[in-house]
Design a protein around this ligand. Structure first.
Ligand code: MF3
Ligand code: CO
Ligand code: CO
Length: 272
């Protein structure tokens, strides 16, 4: 989400603490979203259009009694975001065919019984360059490291710090203009989860908090610009960008990941 989206109506909304029923509902929504991303993995190949992937994502939602949260969200008219190569996020599906060597992020949010499961993954189109593979590996590790920092008593800044330290240690950069977010019965809620920062900064994590972590990592500089369509965010230096996203809930001992792939496809490079 864009920074400031959360605070459009209210400056400092309280961070909700959800109970077991909400966790069960988020598990259900998250698992359906992940199953949809699994389904799309089999469809990504050279020649396929992102509009075709969007049609499949819409149909998957309809077939499973779910609604795509992005459809008609703030004027957006698609069921997924498809961000290719130097597109950082919010790429709009269109009729251009995917090409061998492209890297693609598909970001999918399904509303199930009123609860939002929000997740995104990278997909390689055919054989991809080694530098793209490396960026994908680093970005997935950033998400893992961010998740590993989640436990009661830690802060949102601890998450961002851990991600930034690792990404910059690998000579990559962390996008500043978009962040993770609280979610549940709302798509975008407090708190903001920055993917950079300092230990101890930001709100203290408590059991029952539900939010996304969704680092966007660039091979070049962190700067982005939004294209004239009002959505598509690209790297200013046109360097490759990657992103992974999970929806998680803070538990007594750590966290529960709601959007883990039922087919074990969370790492797109694992079985290649
Ligand atoms: N799913 C995105 C997120 O992770 C939000 C996309 S909003 C859209 O927060 F309108 F661009 F689709
Ligand atoms: Co998302
Ligand atoms: Co999100």
């Amino acid at each position: 989400m864009t920074l400031n989206e959360t605070f459009a109506r209210r400056r400092d909304p309280a961070i909700k603490l959800h109970g077991p029923d909400a966790f069960a509902a988020m598990h259900k929504a998250g698992q359906l979203t992940a199953q949809g991303l699994d389904m799309l993995a089999a469809e990504v190949r050279p020649g396929v259009t992102t509009q075709r992937l969007d049609d499949l994502a819409f149909q998957f939602a309809m077939d499973n009694g779910a609604l795509p949260a992005t459809l008609f969200y703030r004027g957006y008219t698609k069921s997924i975001c498809t961000s290719i190569n130097h597109v950082v996020c919010h790429g709009i599906p269109d009729d251009k065919p995917l090409r061998e060597g492209d890297i693609l992020n598909i970001d999918y949010t399904l509303i199930v019984d009123g609860w939002h499961g929000d997740s995104s993954r990278m997909y390689g189109v055919g054989e991809i360059p080694r530098k793209a593979e490396r960026l994908i590996e680093i970005t997935l590790e950033c998400l893992r490291i961010g998740i590993a920092a989640v436990r009661p008593g830690a802060t949102t800044g601890d998450i961002g710090f851990a991600i930034q330290r690792y990404a910059e240690g690998e000579r990559c950069s962390v996008v500043r203009d978009f962040c993770g977010h609280g979610l549940g019965q709302l798509f975008h809620d407090a708190p903001n989860i920055l993917h950079y920062g300092s230990p101890g900064d930001g709100p203290v994590l408590k059991p029952g908090m539900i939010f996304t972590i969704e680092p966007m990592i660039n091979l070049g500089k962190p700067d982005v610009k939004v294209l004239r369509d009002g959505w598509t965010a690209v790297t200013r230096d046109r360097s490759l960008s990657a992103q992974f996203e999970h929806s998680i809930g803070v538990t007594e001992t750590g966290c529960e990941i709601f959007t883990l792939s039922p087919a074990g496809l969370d790492n797109p490079l694992a079985r290649r």
